[in-house]
Design a protein around this ligand. Structure first.
Ligand code: FAD
Length: 315
């Protein structure tokens, strides 16, 4: 009984989340296949990248100009056709922006069960997921014959990549479905930034309400020296000094970098839900009783305005 992973990609590069999802899929019993849905320009390279992931037995490639836009209506319909044709028992994707959109849509099309944000696969039908900002873990059992899962990518290590081309999985094309006319992509805008993307950065600096506008030049210098991404708490987003694209936490991005530096962040449970899996946490806060210190590996009780320039001076 095979398992289908829906590949995630951008600009011709397979997202690491797909390799992490492949690791999750290995806890299930069955051959692991990947479905790549992409425009003509990148479909072949993406399929090759998917075929070289360790443990992948087969790659399906659906390519058509309209699949370039990765609209939910088109990709879900395409995935549903492949699910049905292959008689798959599982479909998996990470709990990314794409996964959060596509998988519920696919579950509705397929008329089957979906479990989201899985951090552990206990048995072939039992899955663990955090709730209440990670304060509780829920064990869910899905009874449906076809089970859809979104997995928290950070909870699984990335599957390896085969270097020898002959070891790669076979790639087969599937006929693309015609585009759904209901929705069309008008424009895609991305913010130009020289900094690493938040969910991929090895080092992330989080700024809370304790970071004033006047402190930002020093924070940016620190980020430059560390090649770090900068995220924010929800209080900062609510003040409209940063966009929700940079929000860390339960309602924002969930990250697990090697180092997370929390500046002027109190450490509310909803914020911690997004950063607590960081390997090392450093907190700077002028309040020694701030909850962030309870999960910090290293804490500096002090004013951001003084501590950050000192840190920059040390690097
Ligand atoms: C349903 C729901 C979902 C939520 N989701 C999220 C989420 O996803 N992400 C998120 O972040 N929040 C979320 N929140 C909000 C969360 O509860 C907190 O309100 C928020 O995280 C607080 O942000 P903060 O730590 O920046 O601000 P504050 O709580 O105001 O803390 C500011 C901290 O800065 C310190 N400080 C002040 N000045 C300085 C200085 N000069 N130097 C050093 N330290 C200083 C203070 O001691 C304080 O600890 C959610 C809330 C709800 C109800």
């Amino acid at each position: 009984m095979a398992i289908l992973i829906l590949a995630e990609h951008a600009e011709g590069r397979l997202d690491e989340a797909t390799r992490r999802t492949a690791t999750a899929a290995r806890s299930l019993n069955g051959d692991i296949h990947v479905l790549v849905m992409a425009g003509d320009a990148h479909a072949e390279t993406l399929s090759q990248q998917a075929a070289s992931i360790e443990g992948i037995a087969h790659v399906w490639c659906a390519t058509a100009p309209h699949l370039e836009a990765q609209l939910t209506e088109d990709t879900a319909a395409q995935a549903q056709a492949v699910l049905e044709r292959g008689g798959y028992r599982y479909a998996l994707m990470s709990s990314s922006y794409l996964g959060k959109r596509l998988m519920p849509y696919l579950a509705a099309l397929r008329g089957t069960d979906l479990v989201t944000d899985v951090t552990k696969i206990e048995t072939e039908d039992t899955f663990v997921r955090p709730v209440y900002a990670g304060s509780l873990l829920v064990v869910e059992r899905l009874k449906s014959a076809v089970k859809l899962l979104t997995v928290r990518a950070n909870a699984f290590s990335p599957a390896g990549v085969q270097t020898a081309a002959q070891a790669a999985a076979p790639i087969e094309t599937v006929p693309p479905l015609p585009p759904k006319q209901a929705v069309r992509l008008v424009e895609r805008r991305s913010e130009q930034s020289s900094r690493p993307e938040l969910s991929r950065a090895r080092i992330v600096i989080g700024c809370g309400l304790g970071v004033g506008k006047k402190d930002m030049p020093a924070v940016e210098k620190l980020a430059d020296k560390l090649n770090a991404a900068i995220g924010v708490s929800r209080a900062v987003v609510e003040e409209e000094t940063a966009s929700s694209d940079y929000l860390l936490g339960q309602t924002g991005k969930i990250i697990a970098p090697e180092l997370y530096i929390a500046l002027g962040i109190s450490g509310a449970v909803q914020h911690l839900a997004g950063v607590k899996d960081s390997k090392v946490i450093v907190a700077v806060n002028k309040d020694p009783n701030a909850p962030i210190f309870q999960i910090a590996d290293y804490g500096i009780v002090g004013d951001v305005a003084e501590v950050v320039p000192e840190l920059v001076g040390l690097l």
